[in-house]
Design a protein. Structure first.
Lengths: 202, 149
């Protein structure tokens, strides 16, 4: 590849790369992979909590996106479109593994509104004490403590920005269950983050 | 501050209010609750703060492989998928090409067989004198049987 063209790929916006990739340009697609691979992998990792599965699903997401690139109309950003693909693959994988059913005992108690009602209200202040990178790490650790069902809803709402209705449709649960799981997940996260801060200050 | 004296519905509606998911009448009801009940207001603040912290600090990840290796695996999968798709769409191999002529030939042969079979002289039943007598003749067997009532 001529050096000038290589520079074009490096400096080109996503839209331009997508346009070239839609015409079959694999180098442009490779550049898109390079730009967004960490985000896509991180989203899969957040959902699956397993490095190998996250790696595999993130790669599968790129293959799917190459195959469906002609469907990308630019209604959302390329990164948003990609994260949607990887989230859907993660949901399929979770369904296949029936992990959610395996957790049913714990879930039923939580979904019915047991423990979260008793939790004291926490005052979560992101700027207090923790550095940004450390807070990210702590959030990641806290999320690992949630059940898959709660984490899935939390990721889809907070990071994917989906509404209750959309989450319900994609996960295949009622809006009431989405709300219940999200409520629990947020309260538990608030509690875990506060606990981590307390540990740190001791 | 405990939030356990509110009903489940109220707790969830406070969250839905924080997320902008309520219609106007329910929104007004929650606003009233938050204004009147410090526990509801504290819960509302906690939910908003938690969501804000999460959205602003999405955990990052780094693909635990080099760029080249990661891409080579994707490229290999794309190539494999394209080859599989091409195989599925490919016409029948030339060595079996003559098979496509076999189907109509088998059809023609089947029709010919049926016609031939129908034209074979078979047993005939002749009614003689209305229902009073009946004759059965088999030319193949050279037999004729007659019933007379």
């Amino acid at each position: 590849m001529p050096a000038s063209l290589k520079n074009d790929y490096l400096s080109a916006p996503d839209d331009a790369l997508v346009g070239w990739a839609q015409k079959g340009d694999t180098e442009a697609f490779e550049q898109l992979v390079f730009r967004h691979r960490d985000k896509i992998y991180a989203r899969a990792m957040m959902m699956m909590r397993n490095e190998q599965e996250a790696l595999d699903l993130s790669q599968e997401a790129w293959v799917k996106s190459w195959q469906r690139l002609h469907q990308f109309q630019g209604d959302s950003s390329f990164a948003t479109w990609m994260t949607r693909i990887v989230i859907n693959l993660c949901l399929d994988q979770i369904r296949r593994q029936k992990k959610m059913r395996a957790e049913s005992f714990e879930q039923i108690e939580e979904d019915l509104g047991g423990v979260e009602r008793q939790m004291a209200v926490e005052h979560v202040n992101p700027t207090e004490g923790l550095e940004k990178d450390e807070l990210r790490k702590r959030i990641d650790e806290a999320m690992a403590k949630l059940t898959e069902a709660h984490r899935t809803v939390l990721v889809m709402h907070e990071f994917q920005g989906l509404e209750y209705k959309e989450i319900a449709k994609r996960v295949g649960i009622s809006i009431g269950t989405v709300m219940s799981r999200l409520f629990y997940a947020r309260r538990r996260m608030a509690s875990l983050l506060q606990g981590l801060r307390r540990e740190r200050s001791e | 501050m405990k939030a356990n004296f509110m009903s489940d519905r109220q707790l969830l509606e406070i969250m839905a209010y924080s997320d902008g998911e309520l219609d106007a009448p329910r929104r007004h009801a929650v606003e009233k609750l938050i204004a009147e009940d410090p526990a509801a207001a504290a819960l509302h603040q906690e939910l908003i703060a938690c969501a804000t912290v999460l959205r602003a600090h999405e955990p990052l990840g780094t693909v635990p492989e080099t760029r080249e290796f990661y891409w080579s695996q994707i490229q290999r999968r794309i190539d494999a998928a394209e080859k599989a798709s091409a195989r599925a769409k490919a016409p029948i191999a030339p060595v079996f090409g003559w098979l496509r002529w076999l189907a109509p030939a088998i059809g023609v042969a089947a029709v010919a067989l049926v016609v031939t079979y129908q034209q074979r002289p078979g047993p005939t039943i002749l009614a003689v004198g209305e229902a009073s007598s009946m004759t059965f003749t088999s030319e193949a067997d050279g037999v004729t049987i007659s019933w007379i009532n």
